[in-house]
Design a protein around this ligand. Structure first.
Ligand SMILES: [Zn+2]
Length: 97
């Protein structure tokens, strides 16, 4: 008789554990949807910031001729040091500005 009670207690314990796991899982499942929405919002916000930075960068971009080869190259008016030679000439040795 005691053995039967022991087994019943074990089964009840297993059942309670299972219910606890089920509850945790459904809680996580509900969180999943709100986290998904939050992630979507953050991605949209990030894309908007990237777009604004691109627009700002484009507005600050100018072209000038290279002092060595004469080819036009892009620079940004916000740069501390605005180069006089293009990136291609800068890569070549003995042609630093
Ligand atoms: Zn050049």
């Amino acid at each position: 008789m005691d053995r039967v009670r022991e087994v019943k207690e074990d089964i009840n314990y297993a059942y309670d554990t299972l219910n606890g796991i089920k509850k945790s899982l459904s809680g996580l499942y509900e969180k999943k949807d709100s986290l998904k929405a939050e992630l979507k919002f953050l991605i949209r916000q990030h894309e908007e910031q990237v777009k604004q930075i691109r627009v700002r960068n484009a507005a600050n971009r100018r072209k000038k001729p290279c002092a060595i080869c004469g080819e036009m190259f892009d620079y940004n008016i916000t740069w501390k040091h605005i180069p006089n030679i293009c990136p291609k000439c800068k890569k070549k040795p003995h042609s630093r500005d």
